[in-house]
Design a protein around this ligand. Structure first.
Ligand code: ADP
Ligand code: MG
Length: 203
C-alpha cells in the first residue's frame, strides 16, 4: 500500500516547534505533496477535549499518561493512519517521544510502563523522522515568558523542564536513525538552515 510520510516535531515548550511547523508544511506543499498539520495532545475533536483537560486539570501522573495515550489512540485511528494510507505528509507537533520526556522524565513514570502503552496504541507504527528542537531551559523560559500564559506543564519548575530536556536527548541517543537533534538556540534563520539540511532527501 502506498504510504505517506510521518514527521513529528518535539522539544520543550518554547523551543520553536509551532514557529517552524507551517514553514515546514510549505516546503512539502511547494513540492506538490498533500500535507496534514496536526498536534498532540489533540488533533481530533475528542483529542482536543482531552487536551483541554490535560493542560488545566490537576491529575495523577498515571492518569495523565493514560489520557495522553487515549488521545493518541484516537488520533492514530481517525487521522494519522488514514492520512498516511492516502499518501499524505503528516506533520505532528509532539507525539510519543513527548510522553517519554514529560510523563517519563518530567513526572518520573517508568519508561517500561510507557512502552506498554506505546506497543498497544502504535501497533508498530513509528514516525519516519522526528525533529527534536533542543535548547537550554533558561532560553526556553525567556521565549515562553515573552508570549503566553503558562499551562499546567509550562508552570512546572525549572528542574522539571531540565528532566524533560534530558529525557528527550536520551531518546535521541537511543534512536539516532529516527530522531534528528536541531540546535534551536540560534536565530529562526539558523534553525531553518538546519531543518533544510536534515530534510534533504525527504522532500
Ligand atoms: P513551541 O511551539 O516549541 O512551544 P514556539 O514556536 O511557540 O515554541 O516559540 C516560542 C516563542 O519563541 C515564540 O514567541 C516564538 O516567536 C519565539 N521563537 C521561536 N523560535 C525562535 C528563535 N529561533 N529565536 C528567537 N525567538 C524564537
Ligand atoms: Mg507550540
Amino acid at each position: 500500500m502506498k504510504r505517506g510520510l510521518f514527521i513529528t516535531l518535539e522539544g520543550v515548550d518554547g523551543a520553536g516547534k509551532s514557529t517552524h511547523l507551517e514553514w515546514l508544511a510549505g516546503l512539502f506543499r511547494a513540492r506538490g505533496h498533500a500535507v496534514r498539520v496536526t498536534r498532540e495532545p489533540g488533533g481530533t475533536p475528542l483529542g482536543e477535549r482531552l487536551r483541554a483537560l490535560l493542560l488545566t486539570e490537576p491529575m495523577h501522573a498515571e492518569t495523565e499518561a493514560l489520557l495522553m495515550f487515549a488521545a493518541r489512540c484516537e488520533h492514530l485511528h481517525a487521522l494519522i493512519r488514514p492520512a498516511l494510507a492516502a499518501g499524505e505528509v503528516v506533520l505532528c507537533d509532539r507525539f510519543t517521544d513527548a510522553s517519554y520526556a514529560y510523563q517519563g522524565g518530567g513526572r518520573g513514570l517508568p519508561a517500561a510502563r510507557l512502552a506498554i502503552l506505546e506497543d498497544w496504541v502504535h501497533g508498530g507504527l513509528q514516525p519516519d523522522l522526528t525533529l527534536l528542537f533542543d535548547l537550554p531551559e533558561a532560553l526556553a523560559q525567556v521565549r515562553r515568558a515573552a508570549t503566553r500564559t503558562a499551562d499546567r506543564f509550562e508552570r512546572e519548575q525549572t528542574d522539571f523542564h531540565a528532566r524533560v530536556r534530558a529525557a528527550y536527548l536520551q531518546r535521541a541517543a537511543r534512536h539516532p536513525e529516527r530522531i534528528r537533534v536541531i540546535d534551536a538556540s540560534g536565530s529562526i534563520e539558523a534553525v531553518r538552515a538546519q531543518l533544510e539540511q536534515v530534510l534533504t532527501g525527504w522532500l
